[in-house]
Write a protein that binds this ligand. Structure first.
Ligand code: AMP
Length: 540
């Protein structure tokens, strides 16, 4: 092999920090404080404090590869940890406070966290599992630096005692571990996805491209997705790499607060799960035209399927472009974005909407295939198979466990557990998770599609379709419905709503109305629990 003469410049998080240090000093980072007032500072302030944090961590004795857990919302201190921890050669381990206490203790213990940064507003969560874990340094993150409980250190005090001049950009191997996130899957113990510096940097580049989020220094980015959930989809890294202004909403994810931030800070790009944006849509619908959201060029929705009706409603009623995206913790997480390509722009508006409601086509360097019973299925938009992915920001095994090894197959392919079709343009459409499909008389029925259609009914707030055992057909679909407050609808109404859009055998056999659906800590419906609840359900 004749080796190329390109430099082996290492792709690391400190390299992103250095770029921000040299180029973006004046850009702004705005945080919504717990009391709802705003904290503002510049990238220059951010870089200075981040360097100090790296110095502090080294001073506490943390070494290369040590884990530093964070239990924090979306705020500037958390952003400092995103860069300061990996720049000290330790690993940033973001922890999801919505998990149950046993899982939290398990995660902190399994990761082997040597230090923890705790947001003052999440102190009560920490107290719930404090006794069950053994962490050397617990650091309270609060702006005032006051009321630090016994046995804890003050983040502000530590920073003010550190000298920025002691920081040196480290020469790291790009393959070194940088960040750790645990999946909040619906079965088994949470499993760790340990990303390398290289993986994080490439993920940032991949998501910054025009095929994905198209972020630049002209943008103002507001991640609604929490920074404790898959690195807020990598946005803190991507936005900093791009030099975008950043608005961090703290713990205030209610529509009113977010809308105020969009308007006041002239946010151009935001991202989050459908639940948040459904609530926002309802709020906007109540007072049409009241807010000027014209600066918002892209509202990325993912983590769960963005219903077609929601994409259409935002566009038609509020002039906001919704961009649907798909990903997984194991992918750091962005895998595909429903970016409207020239081929799709040539289609009718109705067809364009169909494409925009799909999960999108892969971001650069994410390879995809769908695996059926006899190997990869054709990209015909019809044949279903399990989606498999490979690429430079996708993990190759889980952290420190053999559980889940069966998800990684030969050739570096990771089995996603999502059942999809892929069409001629490479657009993925999730038809279900493998365990959520309903198999009736040997034919597959997609519960996701039924749920999306049910949720487009004006009276329906949430819908889950599950398989219940059936003597003749083996399984039949049951729809479990939560109605919007003050609305009413009968099973017959919903059946009528679905008729015509689906084959007859797809229509649910029954509709059960409930007050609420069981959800995971990250807002996904717990199908397993529902299936158990209705396992003896008698279909008429
Ligand atoms: P998590 O690792 O918690 O982000 O969960 C990843 C899983 O969420 C994927 O495997 C999908 O099943 C689901 N998911 C993520 N994004 C979407 C989307 N846009 N549409 C449907 N399901 C999604």
């Amino acid at each position: 092999m004749l080796e190329g003469l390109t430099q082996d410049y290492q792709l690391t998080i400190p390299a992103i920090l250095k770029r921000a240090d040299q180029l973006y000093g004046k850009r702004e980072i705005v945080t919504r404080r717990p009391d709802k007032t705003f904290h503002r500072y510049t990238y220059a302030d951010f870089v200075s404090r981040t360097k100090k944090l790296a110095v502090v961590l080294k001073g506490l004795g943390l070494e290369s590869g040590d884990m530093v857990g964070t239990l924090c919302w979306n705020n500037y201190q958390h952003l400092e940890a995103y860069f300061g921890v990996p720049s000290s050669e330790a690993v940033l381990h973001t922890i999801n406070p919505r998990l149950f206490e046993d899982d939290l203790a398990y995660i902190v213990d399994h990761a082997g966290d040597r230090a923890l940064l705790i947001d003052e507003v999440l102190l009560d969560v920490f107290e719930k599992f404090r006794e069950k874990v053994n962490v050397e340094h617990v650091i309270l993150v609060s702006e005032s630096g006051e009321n630090v409980p016994e046995g804890m250190l003050s983040y502000e005090e530590l920073l003010s005692g550190a000298d920025e001049g002691d920081f040196e950009y480290p020469e790291l191997d790009e393959r070194q571990a940088a960040a750790l996130c645990y999946t909040s899957g619906t079965t088994g113990r949470p499993k760790g996805a340990l990303y390398s510096h290289r993986g994080v940097v490439l993920h940032s580049l991949m998501s910054a491209t025009g095929n994905a989020f198209a972020l630049s220094d002209n943008d103002c980015v507001l991640p609604v997705v929490p920074m404790f959930h898959v690195n807020a989809w990598g946005l803190p890294y991507t936005a900093t790499l791009a030099g975008s202004k950043q608005v961090l909403p703290g713990q205030h994810l209610d529509p009113e607060s977010l809308i105020e931030e969009y308007e006041q800070e002239k946010v151009t790009f935001t991202a989050g799960v459908p639940t948040v944006f459904l609530a926002m849509l309802q709020a906007l619908d109540k007072e049409p035209g009241k807010h000027d959201l014209s600066s918002l060029r892209s509202m990325v929705i993912g983590g769960a399927a963005a219903p077609k009706g929601m994409i259409e409603a935002y566009e038609e009623r509020h002039g906001i472009t919704v961009v649907h995206a798909w990903g997984m913790t194991e992918m750091a997480p962005i895998g595909s974005v429903a970016h409207v390509t020239p081929e799709i722009l040539e289609l009718s508006e109705e067809e364009q909407l169909e494409y925009r409601a799909k999960q999108g086509y892969p971001t650069p360097f994410v390879e995809i295939r769908a695996h059926g019973d006899d190997g990869p299925v054709p990209w015909d938009g019809e044949t279903m198979g399990e989606l498999e992915v490979r690429g430079p920001s996708i993990i190759k095994s889980y952290f420190n466990t053999e559980e889940g090894d069966d998800k990684f197959s030969e050739g570096g392919w990771f089995r996603t557990g999502d059942i999809v079709t892929i069409d001629q343009y490479g657009f993925i459409k999730i038809t279900d998770r493998d365990k959520d499909l309903v198999k009736s008389g040997g034919e597959w029925i997609s519960s996701v599609e039924l749920e999306n259609a049910l949720m487009s009914h004006p009276a329906v707030s949430q819908a889950a379709v599950i398989a219940v055992p059936h003597e003749k057909w083996d399984e039949r679909p049951l729809a479990v419905i939560v109605l919007k407050e003050g609305e009413s609808a009968t099973g017959d109404d919903l059946k009528q709503h679905l008729e015509g859009d689906f084959a007859k055998f797809w229509l649910p056999d029954a509709y059960e109305f409930v007050e609420e659906l069981p959800q995971t800590a990250t807002g996904k419906f717990l199908k397993l629990k529902l299936r158990e609840q209705f396992k003896d359900y008698q279909l008429a």
